[in-house]
Design a protein around this ligand. Structure first.
Ligand code: NAD
Ligand code: IPM
Ligand code: MN
Length: 351
């Protein structure tokens, strides 16, 4: 029996409410397919920060290093500044484990009322490939002259040939597998150094992947097309910040941010990859037991795929589709009145 050792980091707010259902789903499909999970759970969170002055222990990354994968809920809570909590836990994991691809699939499921008629069920099925370790998320910069009229803040963006090329190659290969096309998001009319460099590298990698049709769009126009005509997209590759914004936008177009999953991948498998819903800790609904668990469950399905269990992964995404199409049990973000637990139990019945 294959055994997978998973690091669980529930984190803050609804993070701790959506991970248990994901774990139940993993155990259920594992039992059916003849593999099992062992979990090590870590209390790394804003609560720990307040108690001990750090989001995770000094050797935290070393504790994760030997795990097969990491399943994370969400990080960040009022009381601890977001840049402190996120740069104390989530971002160091992404960077230290070279999780340079952040894969964020979007589907409009039958039974989900997308706010847009254009996004009919079944027609929208695309993936945002977000560069996950460089770009606009660099700690290079500083604050000067604090408190004076000439106070200033500077933050550099970092785009490297190697860093951009590897995520573009991942995106081109994914587009080749899916048999459709690649769209690159930039803004080279306004940003004159980094994003023209990105565009040049897209053209360069496009020549290496001649089987893939590709185009590029300015991020502003692309955002409008995500809303007006989301069915036209297949694989969308974007920098760290643009990919972040596009993935929340796409999730909203698909009906709720509560459904959207993410895989932070280290494609070379030198280190564990990390799976987490796109959403955050949602302090506005935390503690009420009404968070949508589908984003976490779909993220667990992406983890199954990564661990070499594509059939089990498909059973999970099929159960997500089934609970939405065949029942009216759903959490309030999808217009229902079910709790997290009721929704997850219905899904487990259909699994
Ligand atoms: P958020 O995603 O937590 O919430 C945005 C809105 O979506 C809220 O109205 C919330 O109630 C709703 N929502 C989110 N997930 C939901 C779910 N599963 N079911 C139903 N409704 C859901 O974004 P935010 O408010 O900008 O951030 C809150 C905190 O989370 C901040 O500290 C932020 O930095 C952090 N954050 C962490 C991650 C992460 O750990 N990966 C991601 C995003 C935000
Ligand atoms: C996400 C989040 C994080 C990001 C934040 C909380 C730092 O928004 O995972 O999408 O921007 O990467
Ligand atoms: Mn985000």
């Amino acid at each position: 029996m294959t055994d997978h050792h998973i690091a669980l980091i529930p984190g803050d707010g609804i993070g701790a409410e959506v991970l248990p259902p994901a774990q139940q789903v993993l155990d259920a499909v594992g039992a059916r397919h003849g593999f099992a999970f062992t979990y090590t759970s870590y209390d790394w969170s804003c609560e720990r920060y307040v108690r001990e002055g750090a989001m995770m222990p000094e050797d935290g990354l070393d504790q994760l290093r030997d795990k097969d994968a990491i399943l994370l809920g969400a990080v960040g809570y009022p009381g601890v500044p977001d840049h402190v909590s996120l740069w104390g836990l989530l971002i160091p994991i992404r960077r230290s484990f070279r999780q340079y691809v952040n894969l964020r699939p979007i589907r409009v499921f039958e039974g989900v009322a997308s706010p847009l008629r254009a996004a009919a069920a079944g027609e929208v099925d695309f993936v945002v490939v977000r560069e996950n370790v460089e770009g606009e998320y660099s700690e290079i910069g500083g604050r000067l002259n604090r408190g004076f009229p000439e106070e200033m803040a500077v933050q550099e963006s970092v785009f490297t040939r190697g860093g951009v090329t590897r995520v573009l190659d991942y995106a081109f290969e994914l587009a080749a597998q899916r048999g459709r096309k690649l769209t690159s998001a930039t803004k080279s009319n306004g940003i004159v150094h980094t994003l023209p460099f990105w565009d040049e590298l897209v053209a360069e990698r496009g020549a290496v992947h001649p089987q893939v049709a590709w185009d590029q769009e300015h991020i502003d126009a692309l955002a409008a097309k995500f809303v007006l005509d989301p069915a036209r997209f297949d694989v969308v590759v974007a920098s760290n910040l643009f990919g972040d914004i596009l993935s929340d936008l796409a999730a909203a177009v698909a009906g709720s941010i509560g459904i959207a999953p993410a895989a932070n991948l280290n494609p070379e498998r030198e280190f564990p990859s990390m799976f987490e819903p796109v959403h955050g800790s949602a302090p506005d609904i935390a503690g009420r037991g009404v968070a949508n668990p589908l984003g976490a469950i779909w993220s667990a399905a992406m983890m199954l795929d990564h661990l070499g269990h594509p059939e089990a992964a498909k059973e999970v995404t099929d159960a997500i589709a089934a609970v939405l199409a065949k029942t009216d049990v759903r959490t309030p973000d999808l217009g229902g009145s079910a709790t997290t637990t009721e929704f997850a139990e219905k899904l487990l019945e259909l699994l």
